[in-house]
Design a protein around this ligand. Structure first.
Ligand SMILES: [Zn+2]
Length: 456
């Protein structure tokens, strides 16, 4: 089938209401993985909603129990033509955040798709239902039209992304051979601008750090003991303040990345700037370099005493949770030891530190990787615009599951935008992005069938 015929089929899927019809059904399932949800709905999304849709295009599907007790089920869909052909792994998540119906504006309900001009409102529209629907449909239309793809496809869908992907790591490791592929091409997260495609190859890492100064197991009167007993809150404030300077520039040498190469700088040079304070962050860098190519430290929360009812007392304890966002090149297992040395050298031996929660690893793929060039070139040809190319997202994803466990180059082509209100009320997808998105994916899959990248 020629490209123009397939493109017009894809366009017709959008224009004739096919996407609206499919997305309405997907959104109607309250597949919430957070507190408001039920395990039955998570499973039903796979068995009754997305599963039949995928099978209708001719893919085989299997549903798996989560390797962790109480974890939600997962699905692998596949179409294997010839093991000599390249294999693409597609990832998506069918679960959504709490609906929080009371917070949506009048006339909108989280689990009822509603179109208002270009916007398609509903919980999970943007994150992530329309995004995997577009990729599955682009593949499905190609398979139906041609009877074959010209490459192999494996699709993995999880139902727990909004609660930290429980069991996904173990599932990928257990099914390492089943999921063997040449590249991950997936869609999640936002474009930098609604009208221009974005391609990103990884994400910044993140580590939350618990800082505690505990000097005494009770508070002491600040009149009787002020000036005599050390104040944990003041000590903690000084310790935290020593981590960056007054404009937030990181002062710990091991926390400053060495990976902002000329290559990365060139890639970031043409990107639109997002909102930023000119007097904050690494002074010598552009805003894009600060967000995508550098590390930043933030205090997420801090406390001593009771803010709503302060007492005339020296707290026994002060505590803060800080967070380092970091790019590749910062050694994750050196983050805490170098902080310890820095605090000790500054006289802050009384501050105890520990990792808080699960850290995210930083990942990034070289723009010279043949798969990266292949996807970026294809997206540019299809859309007629140079895509915004990010070596990594500024935010964090468990992308290392795909790079480290499955050993894949990871290429993300998001079909949403930053103002989509994902995770909040009035979440919506944009029809115009969906239209361009399905064209991009159709062209990309055709390019892969006709002219796959040559590995050297
Ligand atoms: Zn999300």
């Amino acid at each position: 089938m020629d490209r123009e015929a397939l493109r017009s089929q894809a366009l017709n899927y959008i224009e004739s209401g096919g996407l609206l019809h499919d997305l309405r059904k997907l959104v109607a399932r309250p597949s919430v993985s957070q507190s408001e949800g039920s395990p039955e709905d998570l499973r039903a999304y796979l068995t009754d909603d997305i599963g039949p849709l995928i099978e209708g295009y001719g893919f085989e599907t299997s549903i798996y129990d989560n390797p962790l007790p109480d974890g939600p089920p997962l699905m692998i869909a596949r179409h294997i033509e010839d093991t000599a052909l390249p294999t693409v792994l597609i990832y998506g998540h069918g679960d959504v955040c709490n609906g929080e119906a009371h917070r949506w504006r009048d006339g909108l309900l989280p689990f009822e798709l509603k179109q208002e001009d270009d916007r398609l409102y509903g919980r999970g529209t943007a994150d992530n239902k329309v995004q995997h629907l577009i990729n599955i449909t682009a593949l499905g239309l190609l398979l139906k039209a041609n009877g074959q793809l010209g490459f192999n496809v494996k699709i993995v869908l999880e139902m727990g992304e909004e609660t930290g992907s429980p069991g996904l790591r173990e599932f990928l490791a257990d099914n390492r051979y089943e999921l063997a592929a040449d590249v991950l091409i997936a869609s999640d997260g936002p474009r930098l601008m609604p009208s221009i495609p974005t391609v990103f190859m990884g994400s910044r890492g993140a580590m939350d750090i618990d800082f505690t100064v505990r000097l005494r197991d009770r508070d002491y009167h600040s009149g009787n003991f002020g000036g005599l007993l050390a104040d944990p809150a003041m000590l903690l404030a000084h310790a935290l303040a020593s981590i960056t300077d007054q404009r937030g520039q990181v002062c710990i040498p091991q926390w400053r990345p060495n990976s902002l190469t000329d290559d990365v700088r060139r890639t970031l040079a043409g990107l639109p700037h997002r909102q930023h304070d000119p007097n904050w962050g690494e002074e010598a860098l552009t805003p894009s370099e600060r967000a995508f190519g550098w590390n930043s430290f933030t205090i997420l929360a801090m406390s001593a005493g009771t803010l709503t009812a302060p007492q005339s007392a020296i707290s026994g304890t002060a505590r803060a949770i800080g967070q380092l966002r970091f790019v590749v090149g910062t050694k994750m297992d050196e983050i805490l030891p170098s902080l310890r040395r820095h605090l000790d050298a500054g006289g802050f031996g009384m501050v105890t530190i520990s990792c808080y929660g699960e850290p995210f690893k930083a990942t990034r793929f070289s723009l010279d990787n043949p798969w990266v060039r292949f996807v970026c070139d294809s997206v540019e040809r299809s859309s007629g615009t140079k895509p915004h190319i990010l070596p990594n997202l500024a935010g964090s994803l468990p992308n290392d599951m795909f790079t480290d466990i499955l050993g894949l180059p990871t290429i993300w082509v998001p079909h949403s935008y930053a103002e989509c209100n994902q995770h909040g009320p009035n979440e919506h997808a944009r029809l115009s992005i969906a239209r361009q998105g399905i064209m991009i994916m159709t062209d990309l899959f055709l390019d892969l069938a006709n002219n796959p990248p040559q590995m050297t």
